[in-house]
Design a protein around this ligand. Structure first.
Ligand code: KG4
Ligand code: ZN
Length: 352
Protein backbone atom coordinates (compact mmCIF):
# COMPACT_ATOMS: atom_id res chain seq x y z
CA UNK A 1 0.00 0.00 0.00
CA UNK A 2 1.55 3.29 -1.13
CA UNK A 3 0.58 6.31 0.98
CA UNK A 4 1.24 9.91 -0.06
CA UNK A 5 1.68 11.80 3.21
CA UNK A 6 1.66 15.52 4.02
CA UNK A 7 3.08 17.27 7.12
CA UNK A 8 2.74 21.04 7.67
CA UNK A 9 2.21 21.35 11.44
CA UNK A 10 4.97 23.90 12.04
CA UNK A 11 7.74 25.25 9.82
CA UNK A 12 8.48 22.34 7.48
CA UNK A 13 6.44 21.69 4.33
CA UNK A 14 6.95 18.00 3.78
CA UNK A 15 5.51 15.37 1.44
CA UNK A 16 6.52 11.71 1.22
CA UNK A 17 5.51 8.45 -0.41
CA UNK A 18 5.75 5.45 1.96
CA UNK A 19 4.99 1.81 1.14
CA UNK A 20 3.47 -0.49 3.79
CA UNK A 21 4.63 1.70 6.67
CA UNK A 22 8.25 0.69 6.21
CA UNK A 23 9.69 1.62 2.81
CA UNK A 24 10.32 5.25 1.95
CA UNK A 25 10.06 5.92 -1.79
CA UNK A 26 10.53 9.70 -1.63
CA UNK A 27 10.77 12.48 0.93
CA UNK A 28 10.57 16.22 0.25
CA UNK A 29 11.27 18.54 3.21
CA UNK A 30 11.08 22.27 2.55
CA UNK A 31 12.45 23.83 5.72
CA UNK A 32 11.51 27.43 6.57
CA UNK A 33 14.40 27.77 9.05
CA UNK A 34 16.11 30.46 6.96
CA UNK A 35 12.87 32.47 6.80
CA UNK A 36 12.28 32.38 10.57
CA UNK A 37 15.92 32.74 11.65
CA UNK A 38 15.72 36.54 11.47
CA UNK A 39 12.92 36.45 14.11
CA UNK A 40 14.66 33.95 16.42
CA UNK A 41 11.68 31.57 16.23
CA UNK A 42 8.70 30.52 14.13
CA UNK A 43 6.27 33.31 13.14
CA UNK A 44 2.91 31.50 12.58
CA UNK A 45 1.51 33.86 9.92
CA UNK A 46 4.74 33.73 7.91
CA UNK A 47 4.84 29.92 8.23
CA UNK A 48 1.30 29.50 6.85
CA UNK A 49 2.00 31.74 3.85
CA UNK A 50 5.16 29.84 3.03
CA UNK A 51 3.31 26.48 3.19
CA UNK A 52 0.78 27.76 0.63
CA UNK A 53 3.55 28.69 -1.79
CA UNK A 54 5.35 25.35 -1.77
CA UNK A 55 2.82 22.63 -0.94
CA UNK A 56 1.63 21.75 -4.46
CA UNK A 57 5.11 21.68 -6.05
CA UNK A 58 6.21 19.52 -3.09
CA UNK A 59 3.41 17.00 -3.79
CA UNK A 60 4.49 16.77 -7.44
CA UNK A 61 8.17 16.47 -6.47
CA UNK A 62 7.41 13.61 -4.04
CA UNK A 63 5.54 11.73 -6.80
CA UNK A 64 8.33 12.39 -9.33
CA UNK A 65 11.09 11.26 -6.94
CA UNK A 66 9.10 8.11 -6.15
CA UNK A 67 8.70 7.58 -9.93
CA UNK A 68 4.98 7.20 -9.36
CA UNK A 69 1.75 8.65 -10.72
CA UNK A 70 -1.63 8.96 -8.97
CA UNK A 71 -2.59 5.43 -10.08
CA UNK A 72 0.22 4.08 -7.89
CA UNK A 73 -1.03 5.89 -4.78
CA UNK A 74 -3.51 3.99 -2.58
CA UNK A 75 -4.21 6.56 0.16
CA UNK A 76 -3.51 10.09 1.38
CA UNK A 77 -2.31 10.85 4.92
CA UNK A 78 -2.00 14.19 6.69
CA UNK A 79 -1.02 15.63 10.08
CA UNK A 80 -4.29 16.78 11.67
CA UNK A 81 -2.62 18.22 14.82
CA UNK A 82 -1.27 19.30 17.19
CA UNK A 83 0.52 22.29 15.70
CA UNK A 84 0.01 25.83 14.44
CA UNK A 85 -3.55 26.36 13.18
CA UNK A 86 -2.62 28.27 10.02
CA UNK A 87 0.09 25.76 9.11
CA UNK A 88 -2.11 22.71 9.76
CA UNK A 89 -4.91 24.22 7.64
CA UNK A 90 -2.75 24.23 4.50
CA UNK A 91 -1.81 20.56 4.85
CA UNK A 92 -5.31 19.40 5.81
CA UNK A 93 -7.06 21.34 3.02
CA UNK A 94 -4.54 20.06 0.45
CA UNK A 95 -5.00 16.46 1.64
CA UNK A 96 -8.81 16.74 1.68
CA UNK A 97 -8.83 18.15 -1.85
CA UNK A 98 -6.48 15.46 -3.17
CA UNK A 99 -8.40 12.66 -1.44
CA UNK A 100 -11.65 13.90 -2.99
CA UNK A 101 -10.35 14.72 -6.47
CA UNK A 102 -8.16 11.60 -6.84
CA UNK A 103 -10.72 9.37 -5.06
CA UNK A 104 -8.31 8.02 -2.39
CA UNK A 105 -9.02 7.16 1.26
CA UNK A 106 -7.82 9.83 3.71
CA UNK A 107 -6.09 9.18 7.04
CA UNK A 108 -5.58 11.92 9.64
CA UNK A 109 -2.56 11.37 11.85
CA UNK A 110 -1.54 12.69 15.28
CA UNK A 111 1.84 14.43 14.94
CA UNK A 112 3.33 12.76 18.03
CA UNK A 113 2.31 9.27 16.89
CA UNK A 114 4.00 10.23 13.63
CA UNK A 115 7.26 10.96 15.47
CA UNK A 116 7.04 7.50 17.05
CA UNK A 117 6.44 5.75 13.71
CA UNK A 118 9.52 7.32 12.11
CA UNK A 119 11.16 4.32 13.78
CA UNK A 120 9.13 1.86 11.69
CA UNK A 121 10.87 2.94 8.47
CA UNK A 122 13.63 0.45 7.66
CA UNK A 123 14.27 1.08 3.97
CA UNK A 124 14.55 4.01 1.57
CA UNK A 125 16.97 6.54 0.07
CA UNK A 126 20.44 6.65 1.61
CA UNK A 127 20.79 9.25 4.34
CA UNK A 128 23.76 10.00 6.59
CA UNK A 129 22.69 7.62 9.34
CA UNK A 130 21.44 4.16 8.34
CA UNK A 131 17.87 2.94 8.89
CA UNK A 132 17.11 0.61 11.81
CA UNK A 133 17.61 -3.00 10.72
CA UNK A 134 14.30 -4.16 12.23
CA UNK A 135 10.99 -2.57 13.24
CA UNK A 136 10.31 -1.99 16.95
CA UNK A 137 8.77 -4.92 18.83
CA UNK A 138 5.96 -4.33 21.35
CA UNK A 139 5.85 -3.45 24.17
CA UNK A 140 7.69 -0.26 23.16
CA UNK A 141 8.94 2.56 25.39
CA UNK A 142 9.18 5.83 23.44
CA UNK A 143 10.88 9.05 24.51
CA UNK A 144 9.38 11.95 22.56
CA UNK A 145 11.54 15.07 22.56
CA UNK A 146 10.51 17.90 20.24
CA UNK A 147 10.05 21.65 20.18
CA UNK A 148 6.49 21.33 21.48
CA UNK A 149 6.47 18.06 23.43
CA UNK A 150 8.52 16.10 25.94
CA UNK A 151 6.96 12.86 27.08
CA UNK A 152 7.47 9.18 27.74
CA UNK A 153 4.99 6.84 26.04
CA UNK A 154 4.33 3.15 26.34
CA UNK A 155 2.77 1.15 23.52
CA UNK A 156 1.48 -2.41 23.77
CA UNK A 157 0.22 -2.58 20.16
CA UNK A 158 -0.52 -0.23 17.25
CA UNK A 159 -3.79 0.98 18.77
CA UNK A 160 -2.76 1.26 22.40
CA UNK A 161 -0.30 4.00 23.20
CA UNK A 162 -0.44 5.81 26.51
CA UNK A 163 1.47 8.79 27.85
CA UNK A 164 3.16 7.73 31.09
CA UNK A 165 4.82 11.08 31.82
CA UNK A 166 5.10 14.52 30.28
CA UNK A 167 6.62 17.93 30.93
CA UNK A 168 4.68 20.20 33.24
CA UNK A 169 6.01 23.33 31.52
CA UNK A 170 8.48 23.82 28.63
CA UNK A 171 9.40 21.12 26.12
CA UNK A 172 13.10 20.25 25.98
CA UNK A 173 13.46 21.56 22.39
CA UNK A 174 11.84 24.82 23.45
CA UNK A 175 14.34 25.07 26.34
CA UNK A 176 17.23 24.50 23.89
CA UNK A 177 15.81 27.22 21.61
CA UNK A 178 15.45 29.73 24.50
CA UNK A 179 18.92 28.96 25.91
CA UNK A 180 20.37 29.47 22.42
CA UNK A 181 18.80 32.94 22.33
CA UNK A 182 20.39 33.88 25.69
CA UNK A 183 23.79 32.62 24.45
CA UNK A 184 23.47 34.44 21.10
CA UNK A 185 23.35 31.18 19.11
CA UNK A 186 21.15 30.84 16.00
CA UNK A 187 17.69 29.23 15.75
CA UNK A 188 16.98 26.30 15.98
CA UNK A 189 18.73 25.97 19.32
CA UNK A 190 19.19 22.18 19.49
CA UNK A 191 21.81 21.91 16.74
CA UNK A 192 23.47 25.27 17.50
CA UNK A 193 23.80 24.53 21.24
CA UNK A 194 25.19 21.07 20.35
CA UNK A 195 27.75 22.61 18.02
CA UNK A 196 28.87 25.21 20.58
CA UNK A 197 28.97 22.50 23.28
CA UNK A 198 31.55 20.53 21.28
CA UNK A 199 34.21 23.06 22.34
CA UNK A 200 32.98 23.50 25.91
CA UNK A 201 33.46 21.95 29.34
CA UNK A 202 30.19 20.27 30.47
CA UNK A 203 31.27 20.57 34.12
CA UNK A 204 32.09 24.29 33.96
CA UNK A 205 28.77 25.36 35.51
CA UNK A 206 26.72 23.26 37.93
CA UNK A 207 23.05 23.50 36.92
CA UNK A 208 20.33 21.92 39.09
CA UNK A 209 18.54 18.77 37.90
CA UNK A 210 14.82 19.67 37.81
CA UNK A 211 12.52 17.96 40.33
CA UNK A 212 8.91 16.99 39.67
CA UNK A 213 6.56 14.87 41.74
CA UNK A 214 5.41 12.56 38.89
CA UNK A 215 7.63 9.48 38.52
CA UNK A 216 8.11 9.94 34.74
CA UNK A 217 7.32 13.67 34.56
CA UNK A 218 9.65 16.39 33.30
CA UNK A 219 10.14 20.12 33.85
CA UNK A 220 12.48 22.37 31.89
CA UNK A 221 11.41 25.87 32.87
CA UNK A 222 13.51 25.92 36.07
CA UNK A 223 16.61 24.61 34.29
CA UNK A 224 16.27 27.31 31.63
CA UNK A 225 15.97 30.00 34.32
CA UNK A 226 18.94 28.53 36.23
CA UNK A 227 21.02 28.89 33.06
CA UNK A 228 19.88 32.51 32.66
CA UNK A 229 20.79 33.31 36.30
CA UNK A 230 24.21 31.66 35.89
CA UNK A 231 24.89 33.77 32.78
CA UNK A 232 23.77 36.95 34.58
CA UNK A 233 26.05 36.10 37.52
CA UNK A 234 28.98 35.43 35.18
CA UNK A 235 28.40 38.81 33.50
CA UNK A 236 28.08 40.54 36.90
CA UNK A 237 24.59 41.94 36.18
CA UNK A 238 21.28 41.72 38.06
CA UNK A 239 18.13 39.66 37.32
CA UNK A 240 16.48 42.60 35.55
CA UNK A 241 19.26 42.95 32.97
CA UNK A 242 17.77 42.34 29.47
CA UNK A 243 18.48 38.73 28.49
CA UNK A 244 19.04 39.61 24.80
CA UNK A 245 22.00 41.84 25.76
CA UNK A 246 23.82 39.12 27.71
CA UNK A 247 25.39 37.28 24.77
CA UNK A 248 27.43 40.33 23.77
CA UNK A 249 29.19 40.18 27.14
CA UNK A 250 30.22 36.51 26.88
CA UNK A 251 33.41 35.19 25.30
CA UNK A 252 33.23 32.27 22.85
CA UNK A 253 34.75 30.03 25.54
CA UNK A 254 32.07 31.02 28.06
CA UNK A 255 29.30 30.40 25.49
CA UNK A 256 30.75 26.95 24.78
CA UNK A 257 30.95 26.11 28.51
CA UNK A 258 27.36 27.24 29.14
CA UNK A 259 26.11 25.30 26.10
CA UNK A 260 27.95 22.15 27.19
CA UNK A 261 26.78 22.43 30.81
CA UNK A 262 23.15 22.95 29.80
CA UNK A 263 23.19 20.17 27.23
CA UNK A 264 24.72 17.69 29.65
CA UNK A 265 22.18 18.47 32.40
CA UNK A 266 19.20 18.26 30.00
CA UNK A 267 20.36 15.00 28.41
CA UNK A 268 21.20 13.28 31.70
CA UNK A 269 17.76 14.26 33.00
CA UNK A 270 15.94 12.85 29.94
CA UNK A 271 17.95 9.65 30.06
CA UNK A 272 17.55 9.11 33.83
CA UNK A 273 13.73 9.19 33.51
CA UNK A 274 13.82 6.92 30.46
CA UNK A 275 16.02 4.46 32.32
CA UNK A 276 13.67 4.46 35.31
CA UNK A 277 10.71 3.68 33.00
CA UNK A 278 12.76 0.97 31.28
CA UNK A 279 13.58 -0.70 34.60
CA UNK A 280 9.99 -0.57 35.84
CA UNK A 281 8.16 -1.51 32.63
CA UNK A 282 10.60 -3.91 30.88
CA UNK A 283 9.78 -2.98 27.26
CA UNK A 284 11.17 -5.08 24.41
CA UNK A 285 12.22 -1.98 22.46
CA UNK A 286 13.21 1.59 23.33
CA UNK A 287 12.84 4.29 20.67
CA UNK A 288 13.20 8.06 20.55
CA UNK A 289 11.40 10.56 18.33
CA UNK A 290 11.04 14.31 17.72
CA UNK A 291 13.56 16.92 16.63
CA UNK A 292 15.80 16.55 19.70
CA UNK A 293 16.10 12.80 18.90
CA UNK A 294 18.48 13.96 16.15
CA UNK A 295 20.94 14.89 18.94
CA UNK A 296 24.01 12.65 18.75
CA UNK A 297 25.05 13.31 22.38
CA UNK A 298 21.54 12.24 23.52
CA UNK A 299 21.80 9.01 21.50
CA UNK A 300 25.25 8.31 22.94
CA UNK A 301 24.19 8.71 26.59
CA UNK A 302 20.93 6.78 26.07
CA UNK A 303 22.69 3.83 24.42
CA UNK A 304 25.17 3.79 27.29
CA UNK A 305 22.51 3.81 30.01
CA UNK A 306 19.91 1.41 28.56
CA UNK A 307 21.06 -2.21 28.65
CA UNK A 308 19.39 -3.26 25.35
CA UNK A 309 20.44 -2.22 21.86
CA UNK A 310 18.69 0.90 20.58
CA UNK A 311 18.41 1.55 16.84
CA UNK A 312 17.97 5.15 15.74
CA UNK A 313 16.11 6.62 12.79
CA UNK A 314 18.07 8.80 10.31
CA UNK A 315 18.18 12.39 11.65
CA UNK A 316 16.01 13.70 8.80
CA UNK A 317 13.22 11.41 10.06
CA UNK A 318 13.51 12.83 13.62
CA UNK A 319 12.79 16.48 12.80
CA UNK A 320 9.35 17.16 11.28
CA UNK A 321 8.79 15.18 8.08
CA UNK A 322 5.97 13.51 6.15
CA UNK A 323 7.57 10.04 6.02
CA UNK A 324 6.67 9.43 9.67
CA UNK A 325 3.05 10.47 8.96
CA UNK A 326 2.85 7.98 6.06
CA UNK A 327 4.28 5.21 8.25
CA UNK A 328 1.77 5.79 11.05
CA UNK A 329 -1.13 6.09 8.59
CA UNK A 330 -0.43 2.60 7.25
CA UNK A 331 -0.98 1.03 10.68
CA UNK A 332 -4.06 3.22 11.22
CA UNK A 333 -5.48 1.96 7.92
CA UNK A 334 -5.34 -1.60 9.30
CA UNK A 335 -7.46 -0.75 12.32
CA UNK A 336 -9.74 2.16 11.52
CA UNK A 337 -12.00 3.56 8.81
CA UNK A 338 -10.72 6.42 6.62
CA UNK A 339 -11.56 10.01 7.56
CA UNK A 340 -14.12 12.09 5.67
CA UNK A 341 -12.52 14.44 3.11
CA UNK A 342 -15.58 16.74 3.28
CA UNK A 343 -15.52 17.37 7.03
CA UNK A 344 -11.99 16.74 8.41
CA UNK A 345 -10.94 19.67 10.65
CA UNK A 346 -7.52 20.58 12.04
CA UNK A 347 -6.86 19.85 15.73
CA UNK A 348 -4.24 22.45 16.83
CA UNK A 349 -4.25 21.21 20.46
CA UNK A 350 -5.11 17.54 20.08
CA UNK A 351 -4.41 15.67 23.32
CA UNK A 352 -3.13 12.09 23.11
O1 KG4 B 1 10.00 17.68 16.08
P1 KG4 B 1 10.50 19.01 15.65
O2 KG4 B 1 11.17 19.13 14.30
O3 KG4 B 1 9.32 20.05 15.66
C1 KG4 B 1 8.32 19.99 16.64
O4 KG4 B 1 7.38 19.16 16.48
O5 KG4 B 1 8.46 20.73 17.64
O6 KG4 B 1 11.47 19.52 16.79
C2 KG4 B 1 12.09 20.78 16.74
C3 KG4 B 1 13.07 20.89 17.89
C4 KG4 B 1 13.70 22.27 18.02
O7 KG4 B 1 13.54 22.71 19.36
C5 KG4 B 1 15.17 22.04 17.67
O8 KG4 B 1 16.01 22.91 18.41
C6 KG4 B 1 15.38 20.59 18.03
O9 KG4 B 1 14.15 19.95 17.70
N1 KG4 B 1 16.46 19.95 17.24
C7 KG4 B 1 17.56 19.39 17.78
C8 KG4 B 1 18.36 18.92 16.68
N2 KG4 B 1 17.68 19.20 15.53
C9 KG4 B 1 16.52 19.80 15.90
N3 KG4 B 1 17.96 19.28 19.04
C10 KG4 B 1 19.16 18.69 19.28
N4 KG4 B 1 19.98 18.22 18.31
C11 KG4 B 1 19.64 18.31 17.00
N5 KG4 B 1 20.45 17.87 16.03
ZN1 ZN C 1 7.48 17.48 15.55
Amino acid sequence: MNILAIETSCDETSVAVVEDGSKLHSLVVNSQIDIHKAFGGVVPEVAARSHIEVILPAVQQALDEAKMGWDDIDAIAVTQGPGLLGSLLIGVLTARTLAWSKQKPLYAVHHILGHIYANWITDGPEYKTPYPTTQPEFPVLALIVSGGHTQLMFGTNHTEWRVIGRTTDDAVGEAFDKVAKVLGLPYPGGPSVAQAADNGNPDAYALPTPKVSEEYGFSFSGLKTALLRAVQAECGVGHDFPSFELAGRLSDAQVADFAASFQKTAINYLVSKTRLAFENLSPKTVIIGGGVAASLPLREVLSHEIPIEIEYAPQILCTDNAAMIGARAYYQSKHQAPDDPFTLETQPSWPL
